[in-house]
Design a protein around this ligand. Structure first.
Ligand SMILES: NC(=O)c1ccc[n+]([C@@H]2O[C@H](COP(=O)([O-])OP(=O)(O)OC[C@H]3O[C@@H](n4cnc5c(N)ncnc54)[C@H](O)[C@@H]3O)[C@@H](O)[C@H]2O)c1
Length: 447
């Protein structure tokens, strides 16, 4: 059990994680170098993250304690969770520079206070990083591995918008370690925090690779789904949706991520695919697989552009409305959002673009509107970028409006997918109890 935990990096993953860790009863000391963010968190308790369930943790009577520097933050703690960015480099690998910057400070504290720490890295790192960069860096400061410091690699599998549920109910906990002491301590802690957790204790490189391979399996499933969509495209008597649902009913395959829809996007999946590619390249491993997955993803975006061109040339649309412009529901994050790519393409064709998104704060070249009604009034066609509870009231809209329902939210078959009339939606709403509709609704796109 840990009584004192420090968390460094209070972003989209770090802050919810700090709040989640507070449910253990441990004292949670926090630090983020972004002072403005810290002031905001003190006031709004992560409201800007839109994470479902976060509020319950905020109100658990175990408030986070904020510090102004790393030294004060970690001094009294036993374990340091590090959840800072590991930006992608041009070659596709992840940079450890920010982790190293933090370890520089941690090393000073270890040397000064003659105290050892368990250092738990949650950020996604390039396979090989812990043994070839992180441990050697701390050793270069005169510290002894598994004596003055104990490294754990413990990435979480979370999707933005459901981070709390993913933290509270993980399929399993992935831990890389080279120390029996640290492995025992974290296992004991997680056994007290979770009911019967599945803990996978691996060597560092195994854990680093596993993190990437899980996400790249998801990108594979998404590209496979879009490949099936292409296979079915030319046949009027084949529904890609029904075929994929049926394939997924085989328990060896599973229904999750088996939806003919958009490309994978967001802050993790695209870059994890590139990172795996770089890992294989560095290790002389033949890998046409990552290229193919990425190529199908790029083709999926190209196909969206083709539909847009068709909408302009054949249907003479002049205006276009996005119902959601970020890459998914419940997040301000818009990294690698294909809707933004579509927005740029539309604007290059001189089509006026409007959007309604209840989460995005950033300003874009498209015009933001504040209600679906306004969007419906201004746009010749509406594109449903992602599925969201806020979008359900659109069934009440009186206008006849064309909806491009990429995720089959309102549709059961592909036959009438692109040009649904809003007046049809009341009818489709009634079918929500239908099993097929449920599969459509619960298979969200990726994080
Ligand atoms: N967001 C996700 O869904 C998700 C999922 C799985 C893994 N990850 C991984 O977790 C890591 C963090 O991701 P995130 O989405 O939380 O990033 P983020 O950008 O939302 O948050 C990172 C935070 O770290 C802070 N920070 C930067 N440099 C710092 C420093 N020197 N000292 C202290 N704080 C510093 C930033 O101010 C920011 O608040 C990344 O490696 C990411 O790949 C993220």
């Amino acid at each position: 059990m840990f009584r004192n935990i420090s968390v460094i990096g209070l972003g989209k993953l770090g802050y919810p994680m700090a709040q989640f860790l507070s449910s253990s009863g441990a004292k949670i000391s926090c630090y983020d170098k972004d002072e403005k963010l810290v002031e905001k968190l003190k006031k709004n308790h992560g409201e800007h993250l839109h994470e479902i369930g976060l509020n319950n943790l905020v109100n658990n009577n175990n408030d986070l304690i904020y510090h102004n520097n790393i030294s004060d933050c970690i001094t009294d703690t036993e374990i340091i969770y590090i959840t800072v960015p590991t930006p992608s480099k041009l070659d596709g690998s992840f940079s450890n520079d920010i982790i190293i910057e933090i370890l520089e400070e941690v090393a000073k504290v270890i040397l000064k206070n003659k105290k050892s720490y368990i250092i738990n890295i949650n950020s996604t790192v390039q396979p090989g990083s812990i043994e070839s960069e992180i441990i050697p860096f701390l050793e270069s400061k005169g510290l002894i591995n598994n004596k003055n410091f104990y490294i754990l690699y413990n990435p979480y599998f979370v999707a933005l918008g459901s981070v709390i549920r993913n933290l509270e109910e993980p399929d399993y906990l992935l831990i890389g370690s080279s120390s029996i002491y640290a492995a025992k301590k974290i296992t004991k802690f997680y056994n007290s925090l979770y009911k019967n957790p599945k803990i996978r204790l691996l060597k560092f490189k195994e854990a680093e690779l596993t993190k990437l391979l899980v996400n790249t399996y998801l990108t594979t499933k998404i590209s496979y789904s879009n490949f099936v969509k292409n296979v079915c495209k030319n046949f009027d008597d084949i529904s890609d949706l029904r075929v994929l649902e049926s394939v997924g009913l085989d328990a060896r395959i599973g229904t999750k991520f088996m939806l003919p829809g958009g490309p994978y996007s967001g802050p993790c999946l695209p870059r994890d695919n590139l990172s795996l590619k770089k890992f294989c390249f560095d290790n002389n491993i033949q890998n046409t697989f990552s290229d193919e997955v990425q190529k199908i993803n790029n083709d999926t975006i190209e196909n969206l552009y083709k539909v847009i061109s068709n909408l302009k040339n054949q249907h003479k649309i002049k205006t276009f409305g996005f119902l959601g412009l970020g890459y998914k529901s419940n997040t301000q994050c818009f990294e690698e959002s294909y809707s933004l790519k579509m927005m740029n393409f539309l604007e290059s064709l001189n089509i006026k673009v409007f959007y309604y998104d209840p989460y995005l704060l950033e300003k874009f070249s498209a015009t933001k509107v504040n209600s679906f009604e306004d969007l419906a009034l201004k746009s010749d066609i509406i594109f449903l970028s992602y599925i969201d509870q806020h979008f359900n009231p659109i069934v009440q809209v009186k206008h006849e409006k064309n909806i491009w329902d990429l995720w089959y939210h309102f549709s059961e078959s592909k036959y009438n997918r692109v040009f649904h009339k809003v007046s049809d939606f009341k009818k489709l709403e009634l079918q929500k109890s239908d099993k097929n509709q449920k599969i459509i609704q619960f298979n969200k796109k990726t994080g």
